[in-house]
Design a protein around this ligand. Structure first.
Ligand code: NAD
Length: 248
């Protein structure tokens, strides 16, 4: 019960890594809220939670819209009384070759992956500062690590690199009561990677020293560690969960 009674909000909790994190947090005793732009995802995950004996509070909202996120945060605080853990997990990737990439692709990607992290963190940190405690975990990507940016998703890669930089600055500015860290997942078997050509998926598996893609639960376990008291003296760090992919 590493999160007993902790109030945790997870963005993009309607499937994939966010949903796996929500279930793991609940198993560890947390009171869980999930926010997602897709209502059907929220409904599905809440129904699955019920089957497992948990009750999730669900919030429809777009992480890149300030008013929506402030409303979500207010409702979360009304429901839970406080916020102990915020996981900024919602993210998107639009794949298009460099010469065809549009400004719209860039703006949409940065809005969700970077501005969304800022807005949710600012909104949650206001309460955490008052509480004098809190943990924020931002989800970056292996693609955000120096030389690991990927062709076709250079905007995504840049947004994830920026999340790492933002994490470190937030860690300084929100210290000493709030810990801010990043989990950078490697290739993970979720909807985000499902539609990729088989050859690319094979390369992803071959490129990992552990010879498989991550399951969402592999990433959730790292997020749990950084959300728990076990990580009380860790801030501003990047935890790579990539089966060794970045070693190459
Ligand atoms: P996913 O696409 O399966 O799930 C993402 C969830 O975020 C969806 O439920 C989606 O509806 C929600 N979402 C998208 N935009 C939103 C918005 N504006 N507001 C609120 N919710 C929104 O993706 P995933 O694979 O579970 O990825 C989760 C995070 O992990 C993302 O930040 C992603 O970039 C990162 N990541 C994923 C991989 C991978 O290989 N799957 C690798 C590295 C990093």
């Amino acid at each position: 019960m590493r999160l007993e009674d902790k109030a945790a909000l997870i963005t993009g909790g309607g499937r994939g890594i966010g949903a796996a994190t929500a279930f793991l947090f609940a198993e560890e005793g947390a009171r869980v809220g999930i926010v997602d732009i897709r209502d059907e995802g929220l409904k599905e995950v809440a129904a699955q939670a019920k089957q497992k004996g948990f009750e999730f509070k669900t919030f429809g909202g777009d992480v890149s819209k300030k008013e929506q996120i402030e409303r979500v945060m207010e409702e979360f605080i009304q429901g839970f009384g406080r916020i102990d853990v915020l996981v900024n997990n919602a993210g998107i990737a639009i794949s298009r070759p460099f010469l065809e990439k549009s400004v719209e692709d860039w703006v949409k990607t940065l809005d969700v992956n970077l501005i969304g992290v800022f807005l949710c963190s600012q909104s949650g940190a206001r309460y955490m500062v008052e509480q004098r405690s809190g943990k924020i975990i931002n989800i970056s990507s292996i693609r955000g690590i120096d030389h690991c940016g990927r062709e076709g998703i250079m905007d995504y890669s840049a947004s994830k690199a920026a999340v790492i930089n933002l994490t470190k600055t937030m860690a300084k500015e929100l210290a000493p009561y709030i810990n801010v860290n990043t989990v950078a997942p490697g290739h993970t078997a979720t909807e985000m990677t499902k539609s990729l050509p088989e050859e690319i998926k094979r390369n992803m598996i071959e490129g990992s020293y552990l010879k498989r893609m991550a399951e969402p639960e592999d990433i959730a376990k790292a997020i749990l560690f950084l959300a728990s008291n076990d990580a009380d003296f860790i801030t501003g760090q990047v935890l790579l969960v990539d089966g060794g992919f970045s070693l190459k």
